[in-house]
Design a protein around this ligand. Sequence first.
Ligand SMILES: *Cc1c(COP(=O)(O)O)cnc(C)c1O
Length: 378
Amino acid sequence: MSGVIPFNKHAFIGRELEYVAQATQSGHLGGDGPFAKRCQSLLECELKAGKVLLTSSCTHALEMAALLLDIQPGDEVIVPSFTFVSTANAFVLRGAKPVLADIRSDTLNIDESQLERLITPRTKAITVMHYAGVGCEMDAINGIAASHEIPVVEDAAQSLFARYHRQSLGTFGALAAFSFDSGKNFTCGEGGMLIVNDEQYVERAEIIREKGTDRNRFFRGEVDKYTWADVGSNYLLSDIAAAYLYAQLEMREHIQAQRRQIFERYADSLREWAAVCGVKLPATPPHCEHNAHQFHLLLPSLARRNALITYLKSRSVTSLFHYLPLHLSPMGATWGYKRGDCPVAEDVSDRLIRLPFFTSMTEAEQARVIESVCQFAP
Ligand SMILES: *Cc1c(COP(=O)(O)O)cnc(C)c1O
């Protein structure tokens, strides 16, 4: 019964340092090195995805998506209000207005029934974020997007190896962004990837990620010198980070099995308590397979949620909440958004709590969290 149980500990599985040592000895420390290539082909194959490009973060992968879609000042991009800021910011950086959508109360994903109403002649992209690795309603979303010829961008930051109708998340949109930051199932500290499912964007994506140069064509021997070909930036991942990441991707089955076990233990142990206390456990529709990214609860009220966080803290258990809906943020106000615009996001944001969840969590640690939660008076 001692020590604080943290909310998260980054995954560390075993061969990370060995591969980092190999990367440093290989002499290729920069982007698209031998470990990056291994990660990319493993992921393309495992996800049955289009082109996988490792990036320095998910935020940067989203910025690449905004550049690839030629987002211009005055364009509109549909974004769920209940998401991390980067889903919106990547497009706002290019001058777009985020058109904020409310979420479904079951999966907390974007409410696809609102899309038709939000689409205007200026809509240049629809972004979706698969909350906690549970897929958005991609059949409906892609259908609406296709009928208006609007590209879909998936913020799949939390969704690696999760599936919707047996198809990997991150393979439904024209473009999809993933994160390997230290809070995700697989990490290299800071890192991400862009999946380019629509082939028309592949060549330009390589150029944009390479400082706007056609260096990739040069390396493949397709041109005899490389030059400034387009706008771009440096969105590459160092091979030191890719080596660290590869050690984890190799162990994906082990990592995911551990995490599924933690998720199931929470669900089984808290079901009864939740029913008695009017608390809602995470919902996964039957056609979705989540990836055990996190475990969250919806308490009956803001006051009860905050009381649970305080109670757990007094028992040395760290819990967190998120997201403050984007439409209620100071940035959201600059486009005139106000309370009441996305009522489900507002309600969920008040009542949600996330329990400690990390791959290396021991049964004893988890038992302490569960016991503490169950002792919290409803
Ligand atoms: C983690 C996360 C991001 C940011 O990822 P970085 O790699 O840190 O840029 C973006 N969107 C969502 C939904 C996330 O969970």
